[in-house]
Design a protein around this ligand. Sequence first.
Ligand code: FEO
Length: 386
Amino acid sequence: MKIKENSAIQYIGCDDTDLDLFENQYVVPEGMAYNSYLIDDDKIAVTDTVDARKSNEWQTNLKAVLNGRHPDYLVVHHLEPDHSANIGWVMETFADCKIVCSAKAAAFLPQFFGTDFAGRVLTVKEGDTLSLGTHTLQFIMAPMVHWPEVMVSYEQSEKVLFAADAFGKFGALCNETDDWACEARRYYFNIVGKYGNPVQTLLKKAAALDIQTICPLHGPILKENLGYYIDLYQTWSSYQPETKGVFIAYASLHGNTAKAAEELAVMLEAKGEKVAISDLSRADIAECVEDAFRYDRMVLCASSYDGGVMPLMRDFINHLSDKTYQKRTVALVENGTWAPSAARTMRALLEPLKEITIVDTVVTIKTSLTTDSRAALKLLADELTR
Ligand code: FEO
């Protein structure tokens, strides 16, 4: 399948609709796409391979497009196994094919394949080009978008950016909907979110190019309205909130803390705020991480536990810390029957994070909501919306 009319670039990737957990940790109800492309010119370049789960299908796709020919180059933008599982097979099957990759990727090759493919690796650095005939690939280093060996490439004649994991998303292409941002945001903050600065560096380099199509390693090929996607990446990678609103995350042992969270949500909505609310016991934590980054304010409501906080809440804050959560306002609601300790513990976990403002009003519920604690929630709603 050509990526667009009259293009010499073909899509040869695969949908994985049976995958339960991407990276063995993220639910993917819409599956996953492992993208791979072939540039058909005087020289033939294949860009990346796919996950081992889809080796047979990808090899079939590749052979069908090659129609008896051999690829000259296998461009490896990213070595993570969801893209590299078939490198060994390519090198065995096509004796003249050379790997094109960054020096860092070349250094990693033996860790993946037990060989450095001596004499068959062309390492490239920033600004290097590779002519295929009428098509020319220009290489741009993108370390830590998402691994250190990552590079992207820009095909000059068709103005296509092969973007590696950048601009990727969860979801198989056969399940694609118009709402790109939902699963792209969840993918970004959970997989690339820690690496905002490297993404910013890549965006600056990309701004110097005339890009008409983005071919990521996951998710759909982006062909129109590219400013929309690039603007979102600017927002996300600079840790700016995307949406004005409040995300409430609660961890509730017996339901009383949940009730407080729900009542607070009603109070905030009555003030015209956009509110998202999640029960950490049941929600997809990756989606909670996404919402924490999406909104400009967050309320953490938790039961006290073992002199600290309910472990689910501790885990959630640790997740946020791992993803370098920052530049947000956070409010705390705690519950405890005899010695409430959740707020103190949550504050200690949040304090090391950069540019987090903790709202002065901390609501303490002693077992269940009372007139006084409802009044405190009302005060908190006022403070959050002031
Ligand atoms: Fe899609 Fe970082 O691998």
